[in-house]
Design a protein around this ligand. Structure first.
Ligand code: GLU
Length: 289
């Protein structure tokens, strides 16, 4: 049997809610059914939004729900050097460029020529270009902050040259496997290293999935389109291709997707109101969609 490794990778920016519990349990149960491994990973590269108290609450709430995971848990903020080395691979291939622009400058540019920037999964698709060398040097000397953007067109060409047509392997809720053409171009020249922390969710996540040998990425369907970009990055970085299962997201009574603002739906609030782990688990069985 081939190995089955999956993970739950929350960001400690708030308390876990029912939607997170659903995601964690979906991955956990899949690993158990397959006789595989379940990992927990703390995705805390955003040093302003992530808080240690939320990380502790993740461990506490998941243990209360009855989940077990391997230790030590990988905490991304301990591994910024790994992500810098990953970015260096893209730099060496000439697939990324520095972008000094502010968010406002980008939005103004897009507003002047909106037809060039159709909406992508993370906002308008943006295509930039590296600055002329001298100007770039000046701005570097002045200590100006910059992000690294992926040159999407070059990146796709490079990936196709090495691996042919790019595809994503998907697994649906019923366990059926299918292949779909990857369309990373919908992200435009996506930021792969942010000004503030030198990496991005996309880069850190594909790096860690490869490092940890994740064979099945199980997560909410809000990250469906991210899989297309992740496949591109995996090909460029020489990482294996996991199978992606994007599960439905839980919604409240009015059909709105649960979010960190829904305090009443946090595992903590449910516990405080006297719910038991099995109450929560049965709420999840009733609730999907
Ligand atoms: N850290 C991401 C989140 O909390 C999940 C990323 C993933 O599962 O790939 O939304």
């Amino acid at each position: 049997m081939t190995e089955f490794v999956t993970r739950f990778a929350p960001s400690p920016t708030g308390l876990l809610h029912l939607g997170h519990a659903f995601s964690a349990l979906t991955a956990y149960n899949a690993a158990r059914e397959a006789g595989g491994r379940f990992l927990l990973r703390i995705e805390d590269i955003d040093r302003t939004r992530c808080k240690p108290e939320f990380e502790n609450a993740i461990y506490e709430d998941l243990a209360w729900l009855g989940l077990e995971w391997e230790t030590p848990v990988r905490r991304q903020s301990d591994h910024f050097d790994d992500y810098a080395a990953t970015l260096a691979q893209l730099q060496e291939k000439g697939l990324v460029y520095r972008c000094f622009k502010t968010r406002k400058e980008i939005l103004d540019e897009i507003a002047r020529a909106p037809h060039l920037s159709p909406e992508g999964p993370e906002g308008p698709q943006y295509k930039g270009a590296p600055l002329p060398e001298e100007e770039e040097q000046d701005r570097l000397e002045q200590g100006e902050a910059f992000a690294w953007r992926l040159d999407m067109e070059r990146a796709i060409n490079a990936a196709q040259e090495s691996s042919g047509a790019l595809t994503v392997t998907l697994c649906n809720d019923g366990g059926e496997i299918s292949e779909t053409t990857a369309t990373p171009e919908i992200f435009g020249d996506v930021i792969v290293a942010r000004k503030d922390n030198g990496t991005s969710y996309h880069l850190a996540s594909v790096h860690d999935d490869a490092l940890q040998g994740v064979t099945h990425v199980i997560r909410g369907e809000d990250l469906c389109s991210a899989a297309h970009l992740h496949r591109l990055l995996q090909v460029l970085l020489g990482y294996p291709a996991p199978i992606y299962h994007h599960h439905p997201l839980l919604t409240d009574e009015s059909g709105r997707r649960l979010a960190k603002r829904d305090k009443a739906a946090t595992i903590r609030a449910l516990r405080e109101r006297g719910a038991t782990p099995s109450d929560v688990i049965s709420m999840l069985k009733l609730a999907p969609r």
